[in-house]
Design a protein around this ligand. Sequence first.
Ligand code: ATP
Ligand code: MG
Length: 161
Amino acid sequence: MSESIEVVGAERMAELGVKLGGACAAGDVIALVGELGAGKTVLAQGLARGLGVPADVPITSPTFTLINEYKHGRLPLYHVDLYRLEREAELEHVGLWDLYRGEGVVAVEWFDRFPRLAPRERLELHIGRIPGRDDARRVEIIAHGAVGTRLARALTLTQGA
Ligand SMILES: Nc1ncnc2c1ncn2[C@@H]1O[C@H](COP(=O)(O)OP(=O)(O)OP(=O)(O)O)[C@@H](O)[C@H]1O
Ligand SMILES: [Mg+2]
């Protein structure tokens, strides 16, 4: 299942994340794919809010920390950014594979850098720029397995509502 939507403005991008957060269950993996400045972190910020991380807790980019963990919400959120990771072996040190089967929700920016380590069940969101426009992004929603299908439905069923 794959569908694409146009998302106008960062606020709507965050709202998409909020919606996703409401539908997440323990162990869900959300793969965020898109070039620099696509809107991956904005979406993850919304996701955190949707999981119930309070507004006064800042959701910052994990570019340098690799993983940021938030335990304030309905489920733990692990916000991961693979941009600066050089080698696949480093991932073992950070225990990403354990997070994938764990008790929290895992959102991974630059997921496509290490495609070999993809869990079978996941929702992928490919965020792309729209030529000639800076006010919007195209988000392709790609479901892998039952987890992906459940989350994709949550995003598309209420589209426009
Ligand atoms: N749907 C949207 N329409 C227009 N602008 C957007 C949209 N979503 C996000 N933006 C803007 O894009 C910029 C970059 O967003 P963000 O930091 O989330 O990108 P990123 O994909 O995480 O980048 P990086 O790869 O550097 O981590 C921000 O200025 C944000 O406001
Ligand atoms: Mg980012």
